[in-house]
Design a protein around this ligand. Structure first.
Ligand code: EPU
Length: 301
């Protein structure tokens, strides 16, 4: 999808930086994704105007966070992509409260807080992606989930066309799911964290890092776990039991380290990855009678 010249000029007046014809494979951890125009939203306060303009121009759009939990279609894409600039995101501490821009790196936020003796989020240290993406999905690992600590979120809400501050208590945080609307755009969060000495936090972080290194394919191109765990079960264990580690469609492959991680072994296309997902889902359905639900978010045309 291409922005036409008149809209481009107006967007630039609104502080939007345009990156034309970029490949989203360069913005996703799977290194899969087609081509489109990217709009870098440099000024939060102009977002309502930007969104109104896109609406007036009938320009379909999607919002991309850190790109670590998304599988994007190949080829020329039918929507422009909105993105928050990641350079120098704001992070500020006031007592036990931390104010963080959604564009911040999640791991960077955990260590920033640790250095100020604020803990609780040790389990999230190796989860790749942005704070905004973590909020939307209620990212979690090793018994920690970000939702526990959320007190307020500044969100652009497509439903009202305004930036609103939502209270943590009014947001539902479930397992890899939240009550945010699909077109809500996370902008900033206020977390409240327990005080904890830096050394203790770092010790906890080391344990989680070690567990992750020993069980997950960290140096390969992936989007983390492909499927949610079914209630009381483990998608990884079931896929492993079916001896599907190493199974591939083109360059899309079930990791031989963790069976719920599907990796791009070289130049996998989105359609390879989708075929692999469907094949594995089908095998699990046949063997266990369980329908696995995607954990990865799929953007198809
Ligand atoms: N297992 C196998 N074979 C495998 C993988 C796992 O037998 O190939 C077994 C393990 O031995 C263990 C059980 O399955 O007994 C669960 O495995 P693991 O501890 O690795 O956790 P998981 O349930 O597969 C979840 C999250 C991860 C998170 C880890 C650690 C989901 C879908 N996955 O994985 O999150 O890092 O726990 O807390 O909830 C993600 O969200 O993308 C993600 C990777």
């Amino acid at each position: 999808m291409r922005i036409h010249d008149k809209a481009a000029a107006r967007l630039e007046e609104l502080g939007v930086e345009l990156r034309l014809g970029i490949s989203l494979s360069e913005h996703t951890s799977l290194e899969i994704g087609g081509t489109t125009d990217m709009l870098l939203l440099r000024r939060h306060e102009t977002i309502p105007d930007v969104m109104r303009l896109l609406q007036d121009e009938d320009t379909p759009h999607r919002f991309l966070g850190g790109g670590t939990n998304v599988l994007i279609a190949d080829g020329e894409l039918p929507w422009v992509v909105l993105h928050l600039p990641t350079s120098q995101p704001g992070m500020r501490v006031e007592g036990n409260a931390v104010f963080v821009d959604a564009a911040a790196d999640l791991g960077g936020m955990v260590t920033f807080c640790a250095k100020r003796d604020l803990g609780g989020m040790e389990g999230l240290i190796g989860v790749p992606g942005s704070v905004g993406g973590a909020l939307r999905m209620n990212a979690g690992a090793y018994g920690t989930q970000i939702g526990t600590y959320v007190r307020e979120v500044d969100v652009y809400r497509a439903a009202t066309g305004k930036i609103e501050t939502m209270r943590g208590n009014d947001i539902r945080f479930d397992y890899r799911h939240t009550s945010f609307a699909p077109d809500d755009m996370m902008l900033r969060v206020k977390l409240e964290l327990p005080s904890k000495p830096y050394n203790e936090i770092i010790a906890g972080i080391r344990v989680c890092n070690e567990k992750r290194r020993s069980s997950q394919p960290l140096n390969q191109k992936s989007a983390g776990c492909i499927f949610k765990n079914p209630p009381g079960g483990s998608a990884g264990r079931m896929i492993d039991e079916l001896k599907l580690k190493g199974h591939r469609v083109g360059d899309a492959m079930v990791s031989d380290r963790h069976a719920n991680f599907f990796v791009n072994a070289a130049h996998a296309s989105c359609s390879d990855m989708l075929k692999l997902i469907d094949e594995v889902r089908e095998r699990v359905r046949t063997a266990y009678g369980i329908e696995l639900e995607n954990e990865v978010i799929v953007w198809q045309n």
